[in-house]
Design a protein. Sequence first.
Length: 193
Amino acid sequence: MLTKVRRLRFSTKAKSGGTRGQQRGSPWPKPAADGAKETAAKGTPGAEERPLPFVSCGEKTAPSRRIRVLLADDHQMMREGLAALLNRQADIEVVGQAYDGEMAVRLACELAPDVVVMDVTMPVLSGIAATRRITVEAPGVRVIGLSMHEEAHMVSAMRKAGAVGYLTKDGASETLVAAIRACVRPGRQPDGR
C-alpha cells in the first residue's frame, strides 16, 4: 500500500554572504568551535505558505534566552530534520526528542521546554492525548500540532486538547519557526513579523 508522503521542504543552498559557522560558497557548515551541531537545512525560498488554522499564544513574557523546543514524532528522519532546521536558528534550541506520546509527556515534565512540536498520530499515546496531559501536567509548556492530517476534526481535537497551533507537514519550514517564536514572544505574528 502506497501513501502520499508530505514533508517540510529543505534546501542546501548557501546564502551568498554565508552564515555563522558556514563557509562562503559552500552549502555545508563548518563544525562549531564549541562542538555544537549545525546543518545547512533551510526552508525552500518562495515555498507556498498557508495561514495557520489557529495560533492562540496568550500572554507570555519574552524570553531572554533561547526558545527551548521538544520534538515529538514517531519518525526518526522527521525529528532529525526538524532538529537540524531549528538548531540553525540563533534563538531556538532543541532540548529533546520523543518517539511516542508517553515519552513526550515525560520529557515535557522533565525538561520544561517552552514549546513542544507534537505529531498527532504516534504510538503508545496519541499526540492529542499527549497534548491533553502536557497542558495539565506541565501547564507552562505550549504545544504546536504538526501533522500530515489536514482534516478539520484533527485540528479541532488538538485545539480542544490544549494546543496553541496546528501546522501541516507540507507547509513551509519558515512557518513552523515563526509559529514557535509567536508562542513565546508577545507581539510577534505567526508569519514571523
